[in-house]
Design a protein around this ligand. Structure first.
Ligand SMILES: [Zn+2]
Length: 270
C-alpha cells in the first residue's frame, strides 16, 4: 500500500496505526488497542516483525539499493511472533533502482507480508510500483479535504493560455516551476483538467491543439518519474502552450508571418 499526502509525520503515524492493527493481540474490534504487548512494543522499543527503511545513511541522498534488497529478503522470512510481517518504507528516498528492487515482493508478497510505502506524492513513484499498490491518500496538513485544492500558479497558466499571450504564458510557466518538483505532478493534473475544460468552447484547430497539449502534459508527468527537473518540464510547457500562428483565434493568419506553415500543422494529421 502507498500512503501519500499529509505530512511526513502523519504518513508515519498512519503506517504505525496500520501495523498496530495488523499485530495487535486484542479482539478484532479493539484493534489497535494500544495496551497489549504487541501494541506496546510497536509504540515503544519496537516490534520484531516491523521493519523500517526511513532515512538513508548520513552521506547519501538515496537509500542504497543493497539496503532495499536486504529488506526485501527479510520479507520472505516468516514473522517472529506476530501474524504479519510489516515493512514501513519511505518511498521518497528510493530512486528508480531502489523502487525496482521492491517490484518482485510488491507483485507477489508472502501471505503474511504488508508493505507500506510512504510518499509525499505517489505520482512521482514508478508506474510499475504504483500499479502494484493500493493508494491511501491522507488529507493535506491543513486538514482540508484530500481533493487537491486549485493551485493558483496553474490557474495563471490557464488564464494565459486562454488569452493566447506568449509573454503571459512564459511568465506563468516560469512561476509554475517555483512550486517545486513534489507538487508538479498534481499541478500537471490540474492543468490537463483545465485544458480539457476549454476544448468544448474552442474552434476545431484550437481544440486539436489543446488535445495535443494534454497528451504532452501526460508525457511530462511520466518524465517526472525519471527525475526530469521541474525547470525542464516548465520550459517545455511554455513552448507547447505558446500561441501557434494559424491555430489560435480565427483572425490570426494561417501561416507564420515570415516562414512556411508551422510543422505542427502536419503533426495534427498523424
Ligand atoms: Zn493491541
Amino acid at each position: 500500500m502507498i500512503i501519500s499526502g499529509g505530512t511526513e509525520e502523519a504518513r508515519r503515524a498512519e503506517a504505525l496505526r496500520i501495523a498496530a492493527e495488523a499485530l495487535c493481540l486484542s479482539a478484532e474490534e479493539d484493534r489497535p488497542c494500544g495496551r497489549c504487548a504487541a501494541c506496546r512494543k510497536l509504540y515503544g522499543v519496537g516490534h520484531a516483525d516491523v521493519l523500517f527503511l526511513l532515512t538513508p545513511p548520513e552521506d547519501k541522498k538515496w537509500m542504497p539499493v543493497s539496503h532495499v534488497r536486504h529488506l526485501r529478503g527479510e520479507m520472505y522470512v516468516r514473522p517472529n511472533e506476530g501474524r504479519r510481517k510489516i515493512a514501513v518504507i519511505n518511498a521518497d528516498i528510493l530512486n528508480p533502482h531502489g523502487q525496482n528492487a521492491l517490484l518482485s515482493v510488491l507483485e507477489d508478497p508472502p501471505y503474511y507480508a504488508v508493505l507500506l510505502l510512504l510518499a509525499q506524492n505517489a505520482a512521482v513513484l514508478l508506474p510499475t510500483v504504483r500499479s502494484r499498490c493500493a493508494l491511501r491518500r491522507l488529507p493535506p496538513s491543513g486538514g482540508v479535504s484530500a481533493e487537491a485544492e486549485a493551485i493558483p500558479e496553474v490557474e495563471a497558466v490557464l488564464a494565459a493560455l486562454r488569452a493566447d499571450d506568449e509573454w503571459e504564458i512564459l511568465c506563468a510557466c516560469f512561476a509554475l516551476e517555483k512550486i517545486g518538483r513534489e507538487s508538479l505532478s498534481g499541478a500537471l493534473d490540474q492543468l490537463a483538467a483545465g485544458v480539457l475544460r476549454e476544448i468544448p468552447g474552442a474552434d476545431v484547430l484550437t481544440a486539436r491543439r489543446y488535445g495535443d497539449i494534454i497528451v504532452q502534459i501526460r508525457r511530462w508527468q511520466a518524465a517526472l518519474d525519471f527525475h526530469v527537473s521541474a525547470g525542464h518540464i516548465c520550459g517545455a510547457l511554455a513552448v507547447a502552450l505558446a500561441p501557434q500562428h494559424g491555430t489560435g483565434s480565427p483572425t490570426r493568419p494561417l501561416r507564420a508571418e515570415n516562414g512556411p506553415p508551422r510543422e505542427e500543422v502536419s503533426s495534427w494529421s498523424k
